[in-house]
Design a protein around this ligand. Structure first.
Ligand code: 1GP
Length: 252
């Protein structure tokens, strides 16, 4: 079964899926395997791998280490076209549809497509929708585009619907890594009420209750990254997964 269908199956079975973002530049490299093991044991549903810059260099080596430590899907979440690796299971083929920068709508994709084909990676077309979240985020800066104002859920909904009509298989509502404010619940609700493809929500989610709120408003995939870059938080991975899977009342 391909990775996209595997994700759909997880959503069908558990109500929503929980993915953890691994940024090779930010995660303490010596502790990667230990962190992955914690995720395996906590009922996490998969990993996104990528970063804005890749200062670290060895992208292939990083993904190999992830794959050696887990049976969960490892999907590339590319910050740039040099983040293509045949060691991953799939790649989110992201178009920044909230912006009007042609390079991030189609330009980079033309360059990346042959690399993805050669690497035999499964591309999962994803509408990447940046949402204003307090301050300017790396994703906004790097894509040279304006985010959708957070008090305009109807623009997000129309953008997501247009993306679905174009044929996007996932809609990613992104507040940005380390965002001050998460994507507003009202916006998640507005988007999920018009779209039939899964909605991913990420950026600034720092508590199981925040993750649960997004699911309650229609998110089908939750992503966290930053929060677990601090090892002191690792004890909470299961609480996040349970919150996303709606396994128990959320207290924090
Ligand atoms: C960023 O949505 C992801 O692209 C995750 O954001 O790092 O803030 O959890 P955080």
């Amino acid at each position: 079964m391909n990775i996209y269908n595997q994700l759909l199956k997880t959503i069908e079975k558990k109500g929503a899926a929980y993915l953890i973002l691994l940024d090779p530049d930010k995660l303490n490299s010596d502790k990667l395997e230990a962190f992955i093991k914690k995720c395996n044991d906590a009922d996490v549903d998969g990993f996104l791998i990528g970063g804005s810059l890749m200062l670290n260099g060895d992208f292939d080596g990083f993904i190999k280490r992830v794959k050696q430590s887990t049976k969960l899907p490892a999907m590339i979440f590319p910050g740039a076209i040099n983040q293509v690796s045949s060691y991953a299971d799939a790649i989110l083929f992201l178009s920044v549809v909230s912006g009007r920068n042609p390079e991030h709508l189609i330009g980079k994709h033309v360059l990346a497509a042959p690399l993805i084909k050669r690497a035999k990676l499964e591309p999962i077309s994803t509408a990447y929708i940046l949402i204003e979240s307090g301050t300017s985020t790396t994703a906004q800066y790097m894509s040279g585009s304006l985010p959708i104002p957070r008090n305009k859920p109807e623009i997000a909904a129309a953008t997501a619907l247009a993306s679905e009509y174009i044929g996007m298989k996932l809609i990613y509502l992104e507040a940005g890594s380390g965002a001050q404010q998460t994507v507003p619940n009202e916006m998640v609700k507005a988007v999920s009420s018009v779209c039939s493809v899964p909605i991913i929500v990420g950026g600034g989610i720092k508590s199981p209750s925040a993750a649960r709120e997004k699911v309650d408003n229609g998110a089908k995939i939750i992503v966290t990254g930053n929060f677990f870059e601090n090892e002191n938080n690792w004890g909470l991975i299961k609480e996040f997964a349970d919150a996303v899977h709606k396994k128990m009342p959320v207290t924090i």
